[in-house]
Design a protein around this ligand. Structure first.
Ligand SMILES: Cc1cc2nc3c(=O)[nH]c(=O)nc-3n(C[C@H](O)[C@H](O)[C@H](O)COP(=O)(O)OP(=O)(O)OC[C@H]3O[C@@H](n4cnc5c(N)ncnc54)[C@H](O)[C@@H]3O)c2cc1C
Length: 487
């Protein structure tokens, strides 16, 4: 039966839910506080430079494809996708560089340079990762968990053991590889999941199948192009978007969500879906008696990192950068420890630089370079102007040292972004960039629920919920919600 559905937030979670539910025949309205869709995937344009403020890696193309298919089209029809080659570049130290190739035989050769038999070991590792990816996606990721027995059933325990849910990734990788370099290439992607190699279940070795075998892709126009296309398809299916309208309250009558209140008044609904940060929704948009999770619950969560990000428009290209370049410090666990164990601004962080203009001439003026530098840092840190200036100077010193090229004298556009911005722009809990980390105790059933247990007709989607962090995961989260609501 067609229902009136109001979605709070037009991030990837809200957009994907809007499209699917409108396609299912519901009357969908998306209410967004910003003046555009995309949420953390906002685009910022300045003096001819166009920056994706958030996601920049288009991974797991199968997941995007599934969404586009459900909308009656395909990723190829909607996006101009390019497979990046090399997939990415890694600096293990100053001018100590390797390119991780887009083709597998060359990647095996690369691993042979890391340690004796490295290629053969990688082959075995990736064979298992490919198998596990299939099982994980079918059995584990594309399904919802309402009660404990949905997770701890016989099948899950057998598959869970087979999928290495119960050990951590670092331990698992050490079982295959001895070299620091091999381990870093296979573990860096844990940052995408908001975790560290030693606190993320080994199941996520599937991320190596994702980046090394399925490939790293780029939609021309950037991730903003994906947002535009998803909004267009959602609107074509009948969804309406109301921008510049922060939701102040979810209206609940007799334990049922019946609408949302904005400064313009109340929008009635049969179902409300919250895509905004879970903590914000529970603590700011609902009366205390309708909260499902206490302050103690939130205090005890492992919150995913925030990020210090520098968006830089440069007047000429940087030779030492590929489209994606990772700068991994020798002792990278020390950096992870400052994120999860003893929160502090790190002294010698690893970081990531995106130079989208290497692939896409549309994101920078002719002859110029568009880069951003992203450093994962602990959520909840004090974020001051003076602190940012010191940190920025340290990062630029390190970047210039590693590259052996000057950066500072090329900067013509500059913007920094950290905790305060995540909180002010997105209502992020403790300024987190990514929501909740993927520790074992925050996986599947143990993530905050999709369906409220205190308010009927209230659902949640987005990166706090199962399956978790990253654009593909938020698309799946919405698919699960849309499936549960039904046509
Ligand atoms: C810097 C950065 C880099 C990343 N890199 C990658 C990457 O390379 N690849 C990848 O796959 N993922 C990446 N991610 C993760 C990915 O971007 C997120 O997991 C995903 O975009 C989260 O989407 P969401 O819809 O759950 O949340 P959001 O994007 O935060 O959407 C929530 C929306 O709700 C709105 N909202 C909040 N409060 C209210 C209110 N009261 N009323 C109305 N609206 C409200 C917000 O404005 C926002 O638009 C990155 C994230 C960041 C921050």
């Amino acid at each position: 039966m067609a229902q009136r559905i109001v979605i709070i937030g037009a991030g990837f979670g809200g957009l994907s839910a809007a499209g699917l539910l409108a396609k299912q025949g519901h009357a969908v309205t998306v209410v967004e506080q910003l003046d555009h869709a995309g949420g953390r995937a906002t685009v910022w344009e300045h003096d001819g430079f166009r920056f994706d403020l958030g996601p920049s890696w288009y991974l797991m193309p199968d997941v995007y494809q599934r969404w586009f298919h459900q909308m009656g089209t395909s990723a190829e029809a909607e996006l101009d996708l390019r497979r990046l080659s090399p997939s990415y570049r890694v600096y293990f130290g100053a001018r100590d560089v390797v390119d991780v190739p887009a083709d597998l035989p060359a990647t095996l050769d690369l691993f042979d340079t890391f340690e004796p038999g490295g290629g053969k070991k990688l082959e075995r590792y990736l064979e298992r990762a490919a198998y596990q990816y299939g099982v994980a996606m079918n059995e584990f990721v594309y399904r919802d968990y309402q009660r404990i027995t949905d997770f701890f059933n016989r099948r899950m325990l057998v598959e869970g053991a087979r999928l290495n849910v119960f050990t951590n990734l670092d331990r698992y990788v050490r079982g295959f590889f001895d070299s620091d370099r091999a381990r870093k290439v296979l573990e860096y992607s844990m940052v995408f999941l908001g975790g560290a190699p030693d606190n993320t279940p080994a199941l996520y070795n599937i991320m190596s199948h994702v980046d090394l075998a399925m490939g790293v892709w780029y939609p021309m126009g950037g991730m903003g192009a994906v947002v535009t296309s998803m909004q267009r398809l959602a609107e074509a299916a009948g969804a309406r978007f109301a921008f510049n309208q922060p939701v102040r309250r979810i209206v609940v009558h007799d334990g049922r969500a019946v609408g949302v209140e904005t400064d313009a008044g109340i929008i009635d609904a049969d179902i409300v879906i919250a895509n905004a940060d879970y903590h914000h929704v529970e603590t700011r948009l609902l009366e205390p008696r309708y909260r499902q999770y206490s302050d103690r619950y939130w205090d005890s969560r492992v919150i995913a990192p925030s990020a210090f990000i520098l968006y830089l428009g440069l007047d000429r290209p940087v030779e030492g950068l590929a489209h994606h370049t990772l700068f991994l410090q020798h002792d990278w666990m020390d950096h992870f420890n400052t994120i999860f164990r003893r929160p502090a601004w790190p002294d010698r962080p690893s970081y990531y630089v995106c130079a989208a203009s290497k692939t896409d001439p549309g994101v920078a003026p002719a002859g110029a370079e568009n880069i951003f530098v992203l450093v994962p840092v602990a959520a909840g840190l004090e974020d001051t102007d003076a602190g940012r200036a010191r940190f920025e100077a340290m990062i630029l010193d390190d970047l210039e040292h590693q590259l052996g090229e000057p950066i500072r004298d090329r900067i013509v556009v500059r913007r920094s972004f950290a905790h305060r911005d995540f909180t002010a722009r997105y209502n992020a809990y403790r300024g987190t960039a990514l929501g909740l980390a993927h520790t074992l105790r925050q996986t599947a059933l143990f993530r905050p629920r999709h369906r409220s247990k205190t308010v009927r007709g209230l659902y949640f989607t987005g990166h706090y919920t199962h399956p978790g962090v990253g654009v593909p995961m938020t698309l799946i989260s919405s698919q699960l919600v849309a499936q549960e609501i039904g046509a």
